[in-house]
Design a protein around this ligand. Sequence first.
Ligand code: E4P
Length: 217
Amino acid sequence: MKFFIDTANLEQIREAQDLGVLDGVTTNPSLMAKEGITGRDNILKHYVDICNIVDGDVSAEVIATDFEGMVREGEQLAELHEQIVVKVPMIKEGVKAIKYFTDNGIRTNCTLVFSAGQALLAAKAGATYVSPFIGRLDDISTDGLNLIAEIRLIYDNYGFETQILAASVRHTMHVLECAKIGSDVMTGPLSSIEGLLKHPLTDIGLAKFLEDYKKGN
Ligand code: E4P
């Protein structure tokens, strides 16, 4: 299972990269704005900065919502760095753009996916990744993890190669449940990765080992 971090914060990206378990980064326009990154040139530079920190794939989102605009932006984003994956929203023009990018060797991440039908369309268009937003479904009393299971079943039925990227992950239980279902990737905040580390018995056990070592030395 690949671990992506869902942020545009360079410090947190570095921290996750230093842990040695990071496989990539996802961003979106809201995450960029949160870091105060505005203006096309600054945004493009920030993507390159992120690529220079991590070894894996970095999702960069198009802003256009028409086919021509998405293609224009996506080609510019893909040119920035070989690690860039073009993030395209699940709308009609987006499906056409994903198919275009697939046919032209540009990798894509189909974002804002909230149903199995949308995920099926993304796979048919050849998306590299599909991003079902599990946290946002949970927010409206709909089981986000169930959507991951449905997509897993459909993709396995037909051998679709599109990777399921569980997005809008909020906490460690989302990560663990996605791992059980067989999600290919999860993207979440640094806390959802670091939270996996924690167990009080580990802390108690380590304190005891160190105490006993000191007694004998
Ligand atoms: C995915 O790529 C999105 O950036 C993200 O996971 C959305 O998460 P949120 O629902 O916490 O904003």
